[in-house]
Design a protein around this ligand. Sequence first.
Ligand SMILES: C[S@@+](CC[C@H](N)C(=O)[O-])C[C@H]1O[C@@H](n2cnc3c(N)ncnc32)[C@H](O)[C@@H]1O
Length: 187
Amino acid sequence: MDYMGNAAWWDERFKNRPLHIMEHEQRLEEDLSFFKSRKTILDVACGDGRNAIYLARLGFEVRAVDFSIEALRRLNHFALEEKLNIQTEFVDLSENGFTNSAQTYDGIMINHYRLPKNLYVNLMDFLNPGGILWVNGFKKMPKDNPNVKESDLLYDEDFEMIKFYHLIDKKEYQYNNQEFVRYIWGK
Ligand SMILES: C[S@@+](CC[C@H](N)C(=O)[O-])C[C@H]1O[C@@H](n2cnc3c(N)ncnc32)[C@H](O)[C@@H]1O
């Protein structure tokens, strides 16, 4: 997982990105019905916030965590510009857990970040009863993105330690000739 866990690599990447918000994850939009009647969302490894901003515009209260200072700086800039209710927090997921806040959430989303499987149990502690965990990512190596590694792909085994929770839905799908998988777990 050379580039993925390398904060300096991500800072450089976000620094060189034009200062506008990227399109949100299409799958998230298609899954909005799963988020209905939920209010508070934790966006884990949020990047510069394309999904956090999308949900905040829809009225969700979002906390967004990442270890890239540049990503969080951009997200704060975009949120300020649009007066959106997004709390950002610097968190290195490989070191100090998910958030220093004791808050719990109605929904937790992880998009294109493969969380080490032993951390899912702790993550579920931040979910309110009835809440959902939404995880989306590559199922197969994308042909046009040399950065993505085998170790970044999502597998059913990633969730073996939270099997006692309820798998509400699993979807394998194609988008732009790439293969993805999305899991929704319920608490
Ligand atoms: C492929 S991007 C996905 C960003 C966002 N979820 C999206 O869908 O646009 C992966 C993100 O994971 C973050 N990341 C990688 N390793 C991390 C770690 N150990 N702790 C926190 N964030 C990390 C990177 O900074 C980057 O923003």
